[in-house]
Design a protein around this ligand. Structure first.
Ligand SMILES: NC(=O)c1ccc[n+]([C@@H]2O[C@H](COP(=O)([O-])OP(=O)(O)OC[C@H]3O[C@@H](n4cnc5c(N)ncnc54)[C@H](OP(=O)(O)O)[C@@H]3O)[C@@H](O)[C@H]2O)c1
Length: 250
């Protein structure tokens, strides 16, 4: 039986990814801090394990992934746990920003470390990190989020090259807006928003093909990619237009 470990599987994209792998006959573990959320969005199921941990804690994360792999193969690890910055502001809440970096970037590294060590020994494996199209650009009001997601994209780009010789595939998934508890808090418009169930099906399909990079929905990918490659003076002009309601904030 193949195994998949998913960080941040107590709600949203991670919980839906867990469901599609369970349906496909995998042994699945999800982790998160909040058991009540796990009960609400997934609950007890055959071949499903819940591990309570904070992804910021390197030792806890290494132990959880190592324990899960004892006596089993570790086929896929999703570094999915993440948070947003909350309401977008030009004056940052710096404590929040530190937490965003610790969870979204260091948390991904905490996940990748044991995944790599175990997969290297077993001679194969697939590591998938969930970044965001927000990582292509410095999104106004979301500097820490954009920076954390850009860091994940670049980390994956490197590992995908470095670890090919160990037979370890590394993929980076960059979703646009997906309807989850994370986006339910947003008070701004979210173009092309997609249900989490559909996102999970798309992600699994792309990861079954071992795509190294997968950004979706296509229209959101094209818009953000265009913003990424355009001359920066033009980018600054476009993003300064009054489409972000915090732009008048002093
Ligand atoms: N929704 C979108 O539009 C969107 C778009 C692009 C990328 N993403 C990315 O997709 C990933 C999943 O987000 P989502 O939308 O599914 O949000 P979500 O429903 O809020 O899920 C976030 C998950 O991360 C876990 N998590 C957060 N902090 C954690 C910590 N310190 N330790 C352990 N687990 C932690 C949460 O578990 P606990 O609360 O139980 O700890 C939860 O299971 C994130 O990396 C997010 O940045 C989302």
């Amino acid at each position: 039986m193949k195994s998949v470990f998913i960080t941040g599987g107590t709600s949203g994209i991670g919980a839906e990814i867990a469901k599609v792998y369970l349906q496909d006959g995998y042994r699945v573990a999800v982790c998160g801090r909040d058991k009540e959320k796990f009960d609400k969005y997934l609950g007890e199921r055959e071949n499903l394990e819940f591990i309570q941990l904070d992804i910021k804690n390197r030792e806890q994360t290494i132990k959880a992934i190592s324990d899960f792999s004892v006596g089993h193969s570790l086929d896929i690890v999703y570094a999915n746990a993440g948070r947003s910055v909350g309401p977008k502001k030009i004056i940052p809440d710096f404590s929040n920003y530190h937490d965003v970096i610790d969870i979204n970037l260091t948390g991904v590294l905490n996940t990748i470390e044991p995944a790599f060590n175990i997969m290297r020994k077993q001679g194969y494996g697939h590591i998938v990190a969930v970044s965001s199209v927000a990582g292509f650009i410095g999104l106004p009001g979301s500097s820490a989020y954009s920076a954390s997601k850009a860091g994940v994209i670049k980390m994956c780009e490197t590992f995908a090259i470095d670890w090919k010789k160990f037979n370890i595939d590394v993929s980076c998934v960059c979703p646009g807006f997906i309807k989850t508890p994370l986006t339910d808090k947003n008070d701004h418009s979210m173009p092309f928003i997609m249900p989490a169930e559909e996102a999970a099906i798309r992600i699994k399909k792309a990861m079954d093909k071992k795509k190294v990079f997968y950004a979706f929905p296509k229209r959101m990918f094209l818009i953000t990619r265009l913003l990424e490659i355009m001359p920066r003076f033009l980018y600054r002009k476009i993003l300064s237009i009054k489409i972000f309601n915090y732009s008048k904030e002093k």
